[in-house]
Design a protein around this ligand. Structure first.
Ligand SMILES: [Zn+2]
Length: 587
């Protein structure tokens, strides 16, 4: 099947040594140099601080556009061929090129904080008024900044420290494979994809082999996790954060009470999700689900989608929001924005990445024909549409936080599901419902376990290194706290901390709750869409358009939603509970 799946066209650059690539790289260097010169100009800052700010902001925007474009291209090349030394070396080089830009931003924050201008003065300048959110944010960030020399050293060390651990995790996991039978070997990504195989014996075999794979590299993975988390702990405390979690809520642009309201509501909903998992077990004639049953499809008639079917399904169902949404999806398919086939050396999972200079996106996925894959493409296209809504916005206004980054993608998944579900034949409905609940279960029950795990990990890592044994025990405890008696205690996944690359991103602690936020915020917006019908799309665009220049609370308020209160989260979880009730009643 893989041979019939499309590979993306990275038409923005021919190669790393093409004229276009070299030209953009050179311009990036020039702009950063110019930017640095302006930032360092003492006399201008003293005499005309507003004028220099007006000069600097467009330079920052252009530098970030160039960098993002080059990095997106390089990452696309690297992630589909992790064993390609050219892409790997270019990624390292680019990271080096970005250091002066990071340095410039640190200096800029300092200059701004020291300067005699403040929000009152910005009102008189149209440029500064436009960027007031960014400027105020810079003043806040400056409070959590070390001295320029220390930030400089930290950025330098991060290449062989924090981010090197993340690359080690990626390289190790993309090269893991095992003997499946006498004829065939399988990569760990392929084994994980088999978690949705209809045949329980195959799923169980894949799960056992997968665990063996992770076990074989657990020492290196544990060292890598300890390395990256130790790095984060040191840096974050030096910067004056109370904790990595505090930093994460600031990065996520949510108030602590918003996170509490959401996590508490999620905990309260666990009995519903366990009820669903028990009903699923009984449908499968099991006493209890095992780890490898969690995402298993129900029923033997689970459909295998061809690429062409996936394509027309998505385009057709996107039309229920608006024609422009559907046209956008069509463009992504027609213009080869999507890389679909799984292959050796390609990283697992899926992502969407943007090319601001071309005003285009690219989507990487590992398609194997299940409904989950359709949902994944809809999800990534949602990200793409978020980029599309913001494509004319300057770089500084496209910089949205992790929480809001998942809004458009989850909304897109829900939309595709709901419109298809409404039209589906009765015999198809149970399978679809189960597939949607299986996703929600991942995003609520599993994400909560990852959040609990990471919270304990950060607390204990501050005291010292943790051996793989402890990490496994902590992971099992976190799984127990959320899955509880709905999951066979003998057959779980103690190595999930090695599987998920999210734990290894130095700058992003707790890259788990934003998914739950996105899912529940998405459901909240969807319930609004149900109320408003076609009047919803302009409001939705407005919310997405604000994501790069407002807090999550302000974006939500634009749609009349108060996310600091449990009532909002309970309403979203209530929409999922209705699906659970329907699923259990159909038994
Ligand atoms: Zn996403």
């Amino acid at each position: 099947m893989s041979s019939m799946l499309p590979v993306w066209k990275l038409s923005m650059y021919n190669d790393f040594d093409s004229n276009e690539y070299r030209r953009d790289l050179q311009e990036l260097k020039d702009r950063i140099e110019e930017l640095m010169k302006s930032i360092k100009d003492d006399s201008l800052w003293r005499e005309e601080p507003l004028k220099i700010l007006e000069e600097i902001l467009p330079l920052i925007n252009r530098s970030f556009d160039l960098y993002e474009n080059l990095e997106s291209y390089t990452y696309c090349r690297y992630s589909t061929k992790t064993d390609d030394p050219a892409a790997m070396s270019e990624l390292n080089k680019l990271e080096e090129e970005s250091l002066p830009l990071k340095q410039a931003m640190v200096l800029f924050n300092n200059r701004l904080a020291e300067s005699a201008t403040g929000p009152e003065d910005w009102k008189d300048s149209s440029v500064l008024k436009e960027f007031h959110f960014f400027l105020e944010q810079s003043l806040k960030d400056q409070k959590y900044q070390m001295s320029p020399a220390e930030e400089d050293l930290a950025a330098d060390l991060s290449r062989s420290g924090g981010s090197a651990w993340s690359r080690l995790q990626e390289t190790l996991s993309s090269s893991l494979n095992c003997e499946w039978d006498e004829k065939e070997t399988k990569t760990v990504t392929q084994l994980r994809l088999m978690g949705s195989d209809p045949d329980r014996a195959i799923r169980q075999k894949a799960w056992k082999k997968e665990l063996k794979c992770w076990e074989s590299c657990e020492t290196a993975m544990a060292a890598s996790l300890n390395g990256v988390k130790g790095f984060s702990t040191t840096i974050n405390s030096r910067r004056g954060y109370e904790s990595t979690l505090q930093k994460s809520t600031i990065q996520a642009r949510i108030a602590p009470e918003t996170l509490d309201a959401m996590i508490e509501s999620m905990k309260e909903s666990l009995p519903d999700f366990r009820r669903y998992m028990k009903a699923k077990a009984s449908r499968m004639n099991l006493n209890q689900l095992s780890w490898y049953d969690i995402i298993a499809p129900l029923g033997s008639d689970s459909r295998n989608w061809s690429w062409e079917e996936a394509r027309s399904f998505i385009i057709e169902n996107f039309a229920s929001l608006s024609p422009s949404y559907s046209d956008f999806a069509k463009k992504a398919f027609e213009e080869s924005w999507i890389d679909a086939p799984p292959r050796e050396g390609k990283v697992g999972g899926a992502y969407c990445i943007s090319f601001p200079l071309q005003e285009e996106s690219r989507i990487m996925t590992n398609f194997d024909g299940s409904f989950t894959d359709i949902s994944t493409i809809a999800h990534e296209l949602g990200h793409g549409w978020h980029h599309e809504v913001l494509k004319k916005a300057p770089s500084l206004h496209r910089d949205y936080p992790m929480t809001l980054a998942e809004t458009a993608s989850i909304f897109s998944e829900i939309l595709v599901f709901q419109s298809y579900y409404a039209k589906a034949a009765p015999e198809e409905k149970t399978t679809l419902l189960e597939s949607s609940l299986s996703d929600s279960n991942q995003v609520i029950t599993d994400i909560l376990s990852r959040f609990l795990f990471e919270k304990e990990l950060m607390e204990r890592r501050a005291e010292g290194e943790l051996p793989a044994e402890d990490l496994k025990e902590m992971m099992l405890r976190a799984q127990n706290a959320t899955y509880g008696d709905a999951l066979n205690p003998e057959e779980r996944h103690p190595w999930m901390w090695a599987v998920k690359g999210h734990y290894y991103i130095q700058e992003l602690g707790f890259y788990n709750f934003p998914y739950a936020f996105g899912q529940l915020f998405g459901w909240g917006l969807y319930s609004l869409y149900e109320e408003m019908g076609e009047d919803f799309e302009p409001l939705y665009r407005k919310v997405l358009g604000m994501t790069g220049k407002a807090s999550a609370e302000e974006c939500a308020a634009a749609a009349g939603i108060d996310i600091t209160k449990k009532a909002f989260w309970q309403n979203s979880l209530g929409m999922i509970r209705r699906q659970i009730d329907e699923f259990c009643a159909a038994e």
